[in-house]
Design a protein around this ligand. Structure first.
Ligand SMILES: [Zn+2]
Length: 221
């Protein structure tokens, strides 16, 4: 019964997000959908980073180990998208350790298409019930391991991304995964922020600005 309920909740969550995202891109943020390459005016993107604890109740990384990634995302988003990265709660830290015990399926998640199936299981339900907020902020969960990846995002279908300890300590992976959450996909250009592996640069193309800035996560307020 719980299995079916997790599947139903996953379908409802994704359906609502497709509707909310479409309304933002075609109505609320239509100016950026068309003219985002102007990078005007400055927009805001709120992020919370929740570090999970391993079965021995130790955080999988220390909050300070994310400082490099946060600074990288701040400067990359300001430079490329004129978007200010802010903690989801005013005057608070970006990073905190989630005190709630995470099940095994959440600590060891799957990358790429496997992550989509996990949306319809206990894993998706856990992430959904521990978000920093619905629709607008992006929550980054730091898990123990992601199969064949250092980070993962289901794009606009969810309000969260995942990082493993390697991804959390790497400079550009957090920015890359948040960019996925804001609708961007991989590009075959090593100098681009959307290059698949961590030897990427942080350049973006003009049309990537339109897509990023018209995301529901990127707000005027
Ligand atoms: Zn990627």
């Amino acid at each position: 019964m719980e299995k079916i309920w997790n599947e139903i909740k996953g379908i409802i969550r994704i359906a609502i997000r497709i509707i909310v995202e479409t309304v933002h891109r075609l109505v609320i943020n239509i100016f950026d959908t068309l003219f985002g390459f102007f990078n005007w005016p400055e927009k805001k993107l709120r992020v919370g980073i929740l570090i999970l604890q391993d079965p021995q109740v130790n955080p999988v990384v220390s909050p300070a180990e994310l400082d490099t990634a946060i600074e990288y995302a701040k400067s990359s988003f300001k430079k490329n998208f004129n978007t200010r990265l802010l903690p989801y709660k005013t005057n608070q830290q970006f990073t905190e350790v989630l005190q709630k015990k995470a099940p095994y399926e959440v600590l060891y998640t799957k990358g790429s298409i496997g992550a989509l199936w996990e949306e319809f299981t206990i894993t998706g339900s856990f992430f959904a019930s521990n978000l920093c907020g619905s629709f607008y902020p992006v929550t980054a969960f730091v898990v123990l391991d992601i199969d064949h990846a250092a980070g993962c995002s289901l794009g606009p279908l969810t309000d969260y991304v995942t990082l493993d300890p390697d991804g959390a300590k790497n400079a550009s992976t957090l920015a890359h995964e948040i960019a996925h959450a804001c609708g961007l996909w991989h590009l075959q250009s090593k100098s681009n922020l959307l290059w698949r592996t961590s030897d990427r640069g942080d350049e973006v193309k003009w049309w990537q600005k339109n897509i990023f800035r018209s995301s529901r996560h990127v707000t005027y307020w």
